[in-house]
Design a protein around this ligand. Sequence first.
Ligand SMILES: [Fe+2]
Length: 290
Amino acid sequence: MPTAFAAAEIVLDDLLDLDTYPIHQLTHPVRAELVAETRSQMRAVGCCRIPDFVRPDTVRQMQAEAAALHDQTYWSVQNHNPYFSPDDDRFEPDHPRRTFQHRESGFINADLLPPDSPLRRIYDSDVVLHFVWECLDTTRPVYRWADPLGRNPYGVQAPGHSLPWHFDGNEFTVSMLAQNADEGGIFEYVPNIRRPEQENYEHVAHVLAGGRDGVRQLNLRPGDLQLFAGRYSLHRVTPVRGKTVRYNGLPSYVHDPFRMNRPYHSENIYGRATQLHMDRALLEVDGLVD
Ligand SMILES: [Fe+2]
């Protein structure tokens, strides 16, 4: 039965577990319960996990897709601060703005995904967009993102890689883990450690120095859907060990679909920036560093 969303719908039944999670049935009580529970977790800690959301066959397709594109991964090896901003000697030497940690990981950029990509189809679905929007419990509009590289890439961490503490440039990230590491690769976060106009540098410095106050762990499994507010919560992925590459599908939803990653950020993380990245970087947004 068609839903209320689009004239030409993406068929989700073979991609997502709609039997357990009837997100396409707007008035279904199970959907209402799921939205309420997710909202409450997002309010409390800015993070929520919906287990086994993606069907096992689709998870396997995502693993195969990521493996097939693996050689086109843009690997970045660099030291960066949590804000992806250049060094700034107006701050003290041990300030978070001047604390650079080693990052080694990659992205399979969104513009590499083929038209029939399962990750792309899930991202392009209005049913999923509206479900995510409701879960985020915001009165502001939520959109798919214009950024051609960062809108729905795979994050890739090979054994030995690490993704140190940082904030995201976009407001929310939805993760769909495709393949886990043998060991490590654990998502850690500090809920709502900063807010607009209030960076809370002292607590950030504590965590960067190895402190564990406020640090939480989330052990994601392939097929889980994770909602995360990454602009305000410092987060990282612990070093990956063993033999298996970690692939994480990252469909990114935003309040402002027009703005993209700043060129410095995009070049460092995705390997390039387009002219649109340059043009749109001139917009003022929320007063945070990045
Ligand atoms: Fe992030």
